[in-house]
Design a protein around this ligand. Structure first.
Ligand code: ZN
Ligand code: ZN
Length: 158
């Protein structure tokens, strides 16, 4: 059985999903835009998987009479969309988001027009940002690593 782990940016909340992902999609609806602070929300349905919170607990915001949105109360990372017909997890919160290629777009009535043209934008690696160059080389990440850890934060940056 496949096991997928993930969590929030700070590591206070971690989760594990086992089995076969039911469905991965992106949602353009205005609620998902707002909840993710993004142009659209990438979501992996875990309704047919064994899912458990392995560290900490998410906080939830009741965004409608039917839906709760889960997030980390410490760092704010969006984590879940929880509806009566099941739960979906924010794809980017998984340790390997590339494991869940989306197969559907929902809420297209609210799609922001330029979203269909993002791949046409010029691209550059982080190191090419010369104005940020002075601090990029001294940066120390406090982001939880993309795997489970016995102790977090680790002692070396407590
Ligand atoms: Zn967090
Ligand atoms: Zn939505």
């Amino acid at each position: 059985m496949n096991t997928y782990t993930g969590g929030c940016q700070c590591g206070a909340v971690r989760f594990r999903a086992r089995g076969t992902p039911h469905h991965a999609s992106i949602c353009h609806c205005r609620m998902c835009q707002k909840a993710f602070g993004a142009y659209y929300a990438p979501l992996v349905s875990v309704r047919k998987m064994e899912f458990e919170w392995t560290r900490g607990r998410r906080k939830t915001f009741r965004s409608s009479n039917f839906v709760n949105r889960g997030f980390c109360g410490d760092c704010g990372t969006p984590l879940t969309y929880e509806a009566p017909d099941g739960m979906a997890v924010a794809a980017g919160a998984f340790d390997d988001p590339s494991a869940f290629p989306p197969s559907m777009q929902w809420g297209v009535e609210a799609k922001i027009g330029f979203v269909d043209h993002l791949h046409e934008l010029p691209g550059a690696p982080s190191e090419d940002d010369l104005e940020a160059d002075s601090f990029l080389h001294q940066i120390v990440s406090y982001q939880h690593p993309d795997h489970d850890t016995p102790v977090w934060p680790s002692e070396d940056h407590a």
